[in-house]
Design a protein around this ligand. Structure first.
Ligand code: HEC
Length: 137
């Protein structure tokens, strides 16, 4: 009987608090449903987009360096494969079985593809600072 009473009280409190939170929340523009649904959540620990085989990538790609090295990088499947081969050759990265490798690369190419918007045009030569190492001065 006592347990039931506690349950009822906590349910009432939870409801009351929920209502309070709602009214206290600042009025923000709700995100369009289509955008919100299309974007996967971001893992707070690694910054990885939590979709598909992200946990496989977390398990195999964060032992030696920060996940940020990955999330700030962009590439096609071929470019991601080249980075993996480079690490295998030079940085002691272990070999993957073909299925694991395919899944890791598919995740990377899908979530961190080449991104034209991140590139800027070259700075015109007349706006460049003087190069202290130049030999033509
Ligand atoms: C055995 C250790 C190790 C593991 C595991 C590892 N890496 Fe690396 N990775 C390195 C080292 C060492 C560097 C160079 C770090 C630096 O330059 O500071 C590097 C650099 C990188 C870079 C930057 C490359 C560049 O051109 O700047 C990316 C991207 C990257 N790793 C992605 C991955 C991915 C994806 C995985 C999982 C498949 C992975 N790493 C797993 C050791 C590892």
């Amino acid at each position: 009987m006592r347990a039931l009473w506690l349950v009822l009280v906590s349910m009432t409190l939870a409801t009351a608090c929920g209502k309070q939170d709602e009214s206290a929340a600042p009025a923000t523009e709700p995100e369009p449903a289509s955008v919100a649904a299309a974007e996967p959540a971001i893992d707070p620990a690694t910054g990885f987009r939590m979709t598909g085989d992200w946990e496989l990538v977390r398990g195999n790609c964060t032992a030696c360096h920060s996940a940020k090295l990955i999330t700030q990088q962009r590439g096609t499947a071929q470019q991601w494969l080249a980075m993996i081969r480079w690490m295998q050759k030079k940085q002691n990265l272990w070999q993957f079985d073909p299925d694991t490798e395919d899944r890791i690369i598919a995740y990377l190419a899908e979530n961190y593809p080449p991104d034209a918007a991140r590139r800027r045009a070259a700075i015109p030569p007349d706006l460049m600072p003087t190069n202290p190492y130049s030999t033509n001065n």
